[in-house]
Design a protein around this ligand. Structure first.
Ligand SMILES: Cc1ncc(COP(=O)(O)O)c(C=O)c1O
Length: 466
């Protein structure tokens, strides 16, 4: 039951009720709707069914409410030049994007010569990074991937990417899209805290080499995994990639932002030596989607993406052209919301905003560690807390079903949103804190609600003889 004063996180309605409310919005052959009326219709029929990312109870995914500076930047981009492709489409936009990319390279400590490009999302940033890595591999094999495609690898071992078993599924999209197939994604086991196991990495790379049936050209280390927020050991990964002479991509889509917080920075040490790094300001920074970046330690690696045209993106054009560093021609002016957000908060404000949820998660974990009915599944390194509710006396096979039932019950709750994931083959409950509104108290309150449901569910099962 909803406590008095507790804010609803969404209507709680089910699929058929939501579909019924929305149908009128997609009656495209109906008569036109004046703006005021349309606004009322959307407020009434859609908004209650949207999730409140600004609620302390939103503890399920990496979405944050828009930061005020970012929202201002997004409004201004929409009003003026929402698209920035090159100088001729938006001179100020193209210049702002280039300056922003260089300034971010400095902020994150990449070496001289590094560069970045705005992307639509972390998935595309990872895909492009792997494309750039594959391109370099092809060059080392003596041909140009852009011209010959995968046929150029005929006669050599099929190229493969290695990543931990906790890496994001966007890498599966990447190897599929690049034509390597999922067999081209080699899985490395993880250590006790779900980070890439560096010893097993060396073993795996050696074994693949000895067999000679595949050739690993790239390792992906994850700086903040999706399931548990764990940070792979990046510096040892840098060294392993140097020894093996392969490309290192760091997937920092979720976690890289936390390297800006001094007390968390040591976890991320070494990312600036990777060949490429992805980052999503549209996650915890609250910059409107799409806002994502790909960094390259050698900015010239982006040259592999450039396609010049006659009427557009001419080779002899001296103006800044961020559109040559990625695939899309039509690209949003994502630099403006990001710049506006960072300048509005100041870096001290940004660090405070990032630090708060990380501390909340760590403190909540410390409190829960004492509780006999809670089994912590991860030692939180960033903003994700995974655990199981393990009431004394409940046998292991029933615990799996219990976590699932608790989650099912949580799905209909109108005051909080949580998630589940699988760790070491077990279903676990997962709480995420990205916005500063998700405090230690908010997390602990969720755990007590889940406990209460666990008791009710077990009581029901007991009374039905199950
Ligand atoms: C580690 C990691 N990489 C990549 C992605 C994909 O990012 P996007 O959702 O922006 O495509 C995510 C998304 O959560 C992620 O957590």
């Amino acid at each position: 039951m909803k406590k008095k004063g507790q804010k609803m996180i969404f209507s709680g309605a089910g699929m058929s009720d939501i579909a019924a409310d929305l149908r009128t919005l997609v009656d495209f052959e109906e008569k036109r709707i004046p703006l005021k009326e349309l606004s009322r219709l959307i407020d009434r029929n859609l908004v209650p069914h949207l999730m409140r990312y600004d609620s302390p109870g939103f503890q399920s995914f990496f979405n944050a409410p828009p930061e005020r500076g970012a929202a201002l930047g997004a409004r201004l981009a929409l009003r003026h030049n929402q698209g920035v492709t090159n100088w001729h489409v938006s001179p100020g936009g193209a210049m702002l994007e280039e300056l922003c990319c260089r300034a971010l390279c400095r902020l994150f400590g990449f070496p001289e010569g590094a560069d970045a490009a705005f992307m639509y999302c972390g998935t595309y940033a990872n895909l492009q990074a792997l494309y750039m890595a594959l391109h370099r591999h092809a060059e080392r094999c003596g041909f140009n991937l852009a011209e010959k495609g995968l046929a150029g690898f005929q006669g050599s071992a099929p190229p493969a990417v290695a990543a931990s078993e906790q890496a994001h599924f966007s890498l599966r999209h990447a190897v599929r899209t690049l034509g390597l197939g999922e067999e081209g994604l080699i899985s490395i086991p993880v250590d006790a805290n779900h980070r890439l196991d560096i010893e097993r990495l060396d073993e795996t790379l050696d074994a693949v080499k000895k067999k000679g049936r595949q050739e690993v050209f790239c390792l992906v280390a994850t700086a903040g995994t999706t399931s548990t927020g764990s940070v792979d050991p990046i510096l040892p990964a840098v060294e392993a990639c140097r020894r093996a002479d392969i490309w290192l991509h760091v997937d920092g889509a979720y976690g890289l932002a936390y390297s800006l917080v001094p007390e968390f920075a040591p976890l991320f040490r070494g990312y600036e030596q990777a060949d490429s790094v992805s980052w999503d300001p549209h996650k915890q920074l609250g910059v409107p989607i799409p806002n994502s970046l790909l960094f390259a330690r050698r900015g010239r690696d982006f040259d592999r993406l450039a396609i010049y045209g006659e009427y557009f993106n001419r080779r002899d054009d001296p103006h800044p052209n961020p559109g040559l560093k990625s695939l899309p021609s039509t690209r949003p002016l994502s630099a403006l919301p990001l710049v506006a957000s960072l300048r509005h908060q100041g870096m001290d404000g940004v660090r405070r905003r990032l630090r708060a949820p990380l501390r909340a998660v760590k403190k909540a974990a410390e409190r829960l560690r004492q509780d006999p009915d809670i089994e912590l599944v991860n030692e939180p390194e960033t903003g994700v807390l995974c655990f199981r509710i393990v009431p004394p006396g409940v046998p292991e096979p029933e615990l799996e079903a219990l976590q699932r039932s608790i989650y099912e019950k949580a799905r209909s709750d109108r005051t909080r949103s949580i998630s589940i994931t699988e760790v070491n083959g077990k279903t676990v409950l997962r709480l995420v804190a990205v916005s500063p509104r998700v405090t230690e108290d908010a997390l602990l309150e969720t755990v007590s609600v889940l406990r209460r449901w666990s008791r009710v569910l077990r009581g029901r099962r007991g009374s039905s003889g199950g």
